[in-house]
Design a protein around this ligand. Structure first.
Ligand SMILES: [Cu+2]
Length: 630
């Protein structure tokens, strides 16, 4: 059996042991709930000699007492079964939402006489067809009487039939407000709706009237008769010259650790850790059904907890390796998400090519390694793909799909969305993702340079174009925005290491899918998510700085992450830098996104820039070396 590595996620036994320690040592009873149980990753220093002195296994836990709301964060040694720290959360800090509460809230509401009555008034009497979709809040929008409590609000949806799409029919104007600790309905907003629209919101072929499936598609098989070219040893993944360690946690989902590329016999460092640290989805519609609707899918709900099992032939084609993920429920019991992470290779067209008049064509096909996971956050799905290429490129792609939030309207359509069906519109919204990129280009000491095109205005031909690279020396300088006019990008450079040409080695962040907030700086959403106000932030590595909108965005009023850390204006030159890259989708909803959205795809790239001396993919063979006759 493969020996566990200090960065491997907690096992089911370790999750059980963590819950048992806090029960026996901290007075945690059955009335308590767990919002998180996670590995406290060992410090990078302690990873240097794990064979001689492996770092201890430490778990980090957030849990709270449902009786009085008191919430605590603890760290626990799994080697000595002891409590290392146990601290109460500050006022205003609330543990993240849990899937168990989502389900309990649904059960409480579907059995509540006032809710049953309100639905009956609207002609909805079969409660089996109703779905209650609980959302988290910003503190400022919680009705004053309930502030400080663990309050959530809900949408109500209903299915036309037992297997039809619940998100096809919003019960507009009906919004329960619930205390999640007591599951008490504290308020029921009930605004009389207009007449229901006649819409077709089904995507399951058997429910789509008159749908004829295409019959002109022949099989396309992906086969690798000798198997895949990667090896997976526990969580350690090797493919051609790339090597990395795969991690997974409740909040970020997939994490990539210790990413290296082999070059001339040397394992060269590129990144220490890559992950998604936050996702902020504000709906830009101030009407009663939507004004509260801002999701922090990572900080409030957890991309890991929302991760769904992948299926061969549908989600991934070819020779696939899967990794399961082990998570916890709110009672501290472990469970497994089967096939949570998919690893496979893909053909990606031409890698490089030239046709010489005399010698003919030299063409190389490109192969890429893809590491992916899919999260379903209620109506929406996020498909996350990290891709590694033979030329040293790294692409991070996100595909948004699933079902849009839609609402019926009476009279003129509201200006905050697109009409997508009979008297029904889909509100505009944005998906901001904050990628946390802890790069280590040939070592820890790196400097980020903003690079810009700099045309020379005078000169004989008025054609000169130069490139300007400005080092970002402090956190204030590290706050950067996308600039199309100057083709701004960011190069992460190790000034202490030069390539064969004598220039410092670097990797460049190419800013794909950068979107502006388009929000007033004083809006409650921005106050909770200052991180989305800029395209890039750069901080010096600090172990406890992981959550750009704060550790506890649930019911938050202010962003206690990036804006607070960077206010110190620490030096970021020639040090272990962390880049926080904000990208996403400004989702101007389309009729074609209904009733299920074809994927909306966005990505950014990390590309070697002087990391190598020349094209590192010259050594890619022109044909399959195992089958030269092919
Ligand atoms: Cu969207």
């Amino acid at each position: 059996m493969t020996r566990r590595h200090p960065l491997d996620p907690l096992t089911a036994d370790e999750i059980r042991a963590t819950a048992a320690i806090v029960r026996s040592e901290c007075g945690v009873t059955d009335r308590w709930r767990f919002a998180s149980i996670d590995l406290k990753e060992p410090s990078r220093g302690s990873l240097s000699d794990i064979a001689q002195s492996p770092p201890g296994r430490v778990a980090e836990v957030v849990c709270w007492n449902r009786d009085d709301g008191a919430a605590f964060k603890g760290t626990l040694s799994l080697d000595s079964n002891s409590v290392l720290s146990w601290e109460r959360l500050l006022p205003g800090e609330h543990p993240a939402m849990t899937p168990d509460e989502f389900h309990e809230c649904d059960t409480a509401l579907r059995n509540h006489p006032r809710v049953i009555e309100a639905l009956a008034q609207r002609g909805v009497t079969d409660m089996d067809l109703v779905l209650f979709d609980t959302w988290a809040y910003g503190a400022e929008l919680v009705p004053e009487a309930y502030r400080g409590r663990r309050i959530a609000w809900a949408d109500v949806w209903h299915r036309n039939s037992p297997e039809s799409n619940p998100y096809a029919n919003m019960v507009s104007g009906l919004h329960p407000i619930v205390d999640l600790n007591t599951m008490e309905l504290v308020e029921l907003e009930d605004v009389e709706p207009g007449p229901p629209p006649h819409i077709m919101g089904e995507y399951d072929p058997k429910l789509v009237p008159g749908l004829k499936l295409r019959d002109d598609i022949k099989p396309l098989d992906i086969t690798q008769r000798d198997g895949a070219s990667f090896t997976l040893d526990g969580n350690h993944l090797k493919w051609q010259k790339w090597a990395m360690r795969l991690g997974f946690n409740y909040r970020e989902g997939l994490v990539l650790h210790t990413l290296t590329y082999e070059d001339g016999g040397r394992q060269r460092n590129i990144a220490h850790r890559l992950s998604f640290a936050e996702m902020v989805v504000p709906y830009r519609d101030p009407t009663p059904d939507h004004y509260r609707r801002t999701a922090f899918d990572i900080g409030e709900w957890g991309l890991g907890l929302m991760t769904t099992s992948l299926e061969l032939g549908c989600d991934c084609l070819g020779e696939i390796a899967y990794l399961d993920a082990v998570l916890f429920d709110s009672h501290g019991e472990p469970y497994t998400i089967r096939n949570a992470i998919c690893i496979h290779e893909e053909d990606d067209g031409v890698l490089w090519k030239h046709v010489d008049e005399r010698t003919g064509a030299e063409t190389r096909r490109m192969r890429r390694l893809v590491v992916s996971f899919h999260a379903t956050v209620a109506n929406y799905e996020y498909l996350v793909y990290w891709r590694f290429y033979q030329d040293g490129n790294i692409q991070c792609e996100v595909r948004a799909t699933g079902i849009m939030v839609t609402t019926p309207f009476a009279g003129d359509p509201p200006p905050y969305g697109t009409v997508i069906d009979d008297r029904t519109y889909a509100p505009f919204h944005q998906h901001f993702i904050v990628a946390r990129l802890d790069l280590d280009v040939d070592g820890e000491r790196n400097t980020v340079y903003a690079t810009e095109a700099a045309p020379v205005p005078d000169g004989r031909y008025r054609i000169a174009l130069t490139q300007r690279a400005t080092p970002l020396r402090s956190e204030r300088e590290g706050v950067q925005d996308y600039d199309w006019g100057r083709q701004r990008g960011w190069k992460v450079v190790n000034d202490n290491v030069t390539n064969g040409l004598g220039t410092p080695v670097g990797y460049k962040l190419e800013p794909g899918a950068a979107i502006p907030p388009l929000l007033d700086a004083d809006s409650p959403v921005v106050r909770r998510a200052r991180a989305i106000e800029h395209t890039l932030w750069v901080t010096p590595y600090a172990e406890d700085e992981r959550w750009p909108c704060g550790e506890f965005p649930n019911l938050s009023a202010d962003d206690s992450g990036l804006p607070v850390w960077t206010a110190r204006d620490r030096e970021i030159e020639n040090t272990d830098v962390v880049l926080w890259y904000v990208f996403g989708i400004n989702h101007v909803t389309r009729p074609e996104d209904w009733p299920v959205m074809p994927v909306d795809t966005v990505s950014f790239w990390l590309k070697p820039f002087g990391f190598f001396d020349r094209n590192p993919a010259l050594d890619v063979p022109g044909h399959d070396p195992a089958h030269p006759d092919v």
